[in-house]
Design a protein around this ligand. Structure first.
Ligand SMILES: Nc1ncnc2c1ncn2[C@@H]1O[C@H](COP(=O)(O)OP(=O)(O)OP(=O)(O)O)[C@@H](O)[C@H]1O
Ligand SMILES: O=C(O)[C@H](O)COP(=O)(O)O
Length: 403
């Protein structure tokens, strides 16, 4: 099944460019540790044992969002996980970056600045186009090989993910290998009882195509988070108001309204939407309201308790449950109930389960749930649900193609 080269094929003592995905939550400007750091640190530790010199390439946030910040704090978090110094240079492929790369010695780790701060990184273009960018053409000659460990970003055709394998010797890192193996195996499984997909979080644009493509294998969908509210809006309810400083609703509504309305119509009873939602009242407390009674323009931050009970019951009847995205803003304890109640119901049953999402998978340790109670906890979100549809991931495809 795995046709890419792995670290088992890599000669020791080389200068490596290693793409990882440490895209993380940022709270008040402070980058939050999540399980992506721990998993990638294991790959880096293995490479260091083999005397490689490493420059790390990664991204954080998207331009225009308040999570779009430098990777300086990420270098410190990685240093904690690795228990050694990790350098950072505030440059990705300019003179400062090249000078820092020149100084690398065996056993060094250097984090380059957020790849998405380079103009050539983001526009989705073919790998062949990305391989010709100055970004790729400048960095590639500085290294003996490229390692892609960023399975969770492998659905994006961005320069740092798809350009390098076309011009350099390229290998899959351990996280890439493990996630690819686990997620590909899920596609092959067959389940006797109902299969439920719990979809939430902020990235409706990633999830809507998934609903359509897993049509044959998933029996019902439980929606929450921003995604759920967009479907409720399509169902005629006046909701979907951003918290100050965020922009989740309007552009996704403008871009996907027709599809959301069509999916809602076609899927009917198979799509479960929240019947109640939670918000912050004037005293700063959690309050709940039935969706049918909603009149005020406020930001809803979690599904309500009736909805959480209904979703937990559906989970208990299921043979398999796939989760991507949180049902509410679980980082705030007042709005964690929906996510935690549903995850707890999954943990208590013996259904096969996968919990995915860089942010969402963090709720497991935040609320004292045990990773062992789930079939697979993926640090990938969009990439894992896409893999469930059987669709290839461009970042994996190029590694396989060049192997
Ligand atoms: N109603 C809501 N309003 C605002 N944010 C919400 C709401 N519901 C959930 N969220 C946020 O969704 C985030 C998780 O979903 P997100 O779409 O970022 O996916 P993810 O799990 O990190 O997957 P990926 O790896 O694809 O990024 C959480 O950080 C949570 O705070
Ligand atoms: O967090 C993720 O899912 C990956 O890092 C990809 O990030 P993106 O959705 O901003 O492209």
């Amino acid at each position: 099944m795995t046709t890419f080269k792995t670290l088992d094929d890599l000669e020791a003592g080389q200068q490596l460019l290693v793409r990882i995905d440490i895209n993380a939550p940022v709270e008040d400007g402070v980058v939050q540790d999540n399980r992506r750091f721990a998993r990638h640190a294991e790959t880096l530790a293995e490479l260091l044992e083999d005397d490689h010199a490493i420059a790390v390439l990664a991204h954080q946030g998207r331009p225009g969002r308040d999570t779009f910040v430098s990777l300086e704090q990420h270098a410190d978090i990685l240093a904690d996980h690795l228990d050694r110094d990790v350098d950072f240079v505030a440059d990705t492929f300019g003179d400062d970056a090249l000078a820092a790369i020149d100084d690398l010695e065996s056993g060094d780790v250097l984090v380059l600045e957020n790849a998405r701060m380079c103009d050539e990184e983001l526009p989705e273009e073919d790998p062949e186009v990305k391989a010709e960018t100055d970004f790729v053409q400048t960095l590639a000659p500085e290294f003996d090989a490229y390692v892609n460990d960023a399975y969770s970003a492998a659905h994006r055709s961005h320069a740092s993910l798809v350009g390098f394998p076309l011009v350099m010797d390229a290998y899959a890192g351990r996280v890439m290998e493990a996630e690819y193996t686990a997620n590909s195996a899920i596609q092959e499984r067959e389940f006797d009882g109902p299969v439920t997909m719990v979809l939430g979080g902020t990235k409706a644009e990633d999830l809507i195509p998934v609903i359509e493509r897993v049509d044959d294998t998933v029996d019902r969908f439980c929606l929450g988070g921003i995604v759920g509210e967009l479907f409720l809006r399509a169902d005629g309810y006046d909701l979907g108001y951003d918290v100050e400083g965020t922009e989740f609703f309007d552009h996704q509504w403008a871009d996907h309204r027709e599809t959301i309305e069509r999916v809602l119509e076609e899927y009917g009873d198979r799509l479960h939407l929240a019947s109640d939602l939670a918000y912050e009242d004037d005293d700063g407390e959690r309050a709940e309201e039935a969706v049918a009674d909603i009149e005020k323009e406020t930001s809803y931050l979690d599904v309500g308790s009736d909805t959480a009970d209904e979703y937990a019951d559906l989970v208990r009847e299921s043979d398999a449950v796939f989760v991507k995205g949180a049902l509410g803003v679980f980082e705030d304890e007042r709005f964690a109930d929906g996510t935690v109640d549903v995850l707890s119901a999954i943990a208590e049953t013996d259904c096969f389960s996968v919990i995915g999402g860089g942010d969402t998978s963090r709720s497991i340790e935040l609320y004292g749930l045990e990773e062992d109670d789930f079939g697979h906890v993926s640090v990938a979100g969009g990439a894992y649900v896409r893999a469930l549809t059987g669709e290839g991931l461009v970042g994996v495809d190029v590694l396989q193609r060049e192997a």
